[in-house]
Design a protein around this ligand. Structure first.
Ligand code: GLP
Length: 245
């Protein structure tokens, strides 16, 4: 595991964009997974800038959605694919047929979960996944207790995650209570993993992820079982790591 500490959020975003650019240069049809949330917004902005300037191309790349609320239509502003499309997908020029999203209103969620997990495999497996970190250590919607071998899951959000997701929609009562997510079983086969962590309020959980025993109770400790992980944290998020790193 490599831990990169950047002076601030902008340099974290640029560094994350550099990693994606490297992968796309080596493999233009790479399979990518990216998170939603506030943390990756700077990276998306930077990738859009580089794509507009012709430095990188997404036309042949694949994207598989990491997580999605259950039962929220595309017309609803809380649909995470809709959000991702606005801030990233539509801005960098993915080919629509190479983007796989969860159908949040599928008749049978189990069939839908399998379809998305299998799509990642059908494209040749995930080349690089960028992940964010929840305050309770969740990754995607893999909440505490999520098995490390689940391929995909439909999961009940914990009260902590509902409270934290209220940041996006104004109040907790607007936060959907269930989410679909690629599980650790699928994510664990990715060729490279990048965790982005920004801000002082993530410093405690980042220190716990690196220090506590590897356990589903702190889902992101799962990262320590993977061979190729880069954690990119800004100085504020890394504030409680020393003397670890
Ligand atoms: C959300 C999402 C995750 C995201 C995490 C952190 O609940 N399901 O995919 O990575 O929480 O979000 P943020 O970057 O806004 O702190």
């Amino acid at each position: 595991m490599q831990i990169v500490i950047t002076p601030d959020y902008d340099s974290l975003s640029a560094r994350a964009a550099d990693e994606i650019a490297l992968v796309l240069r080596a493999k233009p049809d790479a399979v990518l997974v990216v998170p939603t949330g506030n943390t990756p917004l700077g990276m998306f902005h930077e990738l859009a800038r580089r794509a507009a300037e012709g430095e990188i191309r997404f036309a042949r790349a694949h994207l598989v959605e990491l997580d999605e609320y259950w039962s929220i239509p595309l017309t609803d502003e809380r649909n995470l694919y809709r959000w991702l499309d606005e801030v990233f997908i539509s801005r960098v020029g993915f080919a629509p047929e190479r983007v796989i999203r969860f159908n949040s209103q599928a008749d049978d969620p189990q069939v839908e979960l399998r379809r998305v997990a299998q799509a990642a495999e059908r494209f040749g497996g995930i080349d690089v996944q960028v992940l964010g970190l929840g305050f309770n250590g969740h990754i995607g919607f893999n909440e505490p207790g999520s098995p490390f071998d689940a391929p995909t899951q439909l999961i009940e959000l914990t009260p902590e995650s509902v409270a934290s997701n209220a940041r996006y929609w104004g109040s907790a009562d607007k936060v959907p209570r269930k989410g679909m997510t690629l599980g650790f079983g699928t994510l664990g086969r990715a060729r490279q993993t990048i965790l982005l962590v920004s801000g002082e309020d993530k410093a405690d959980i980042l220190a716990r992820v690196l220090r506590e025993p590897i356990t589903p109770a702190v889902p992101a400790t799962w990262l320590r079982t993977l061979p190729h992980v880069i954690i990119i944290a800004d100085d504020a998020a890394a504030g409680k790591l020393s003397p670890l790193v």
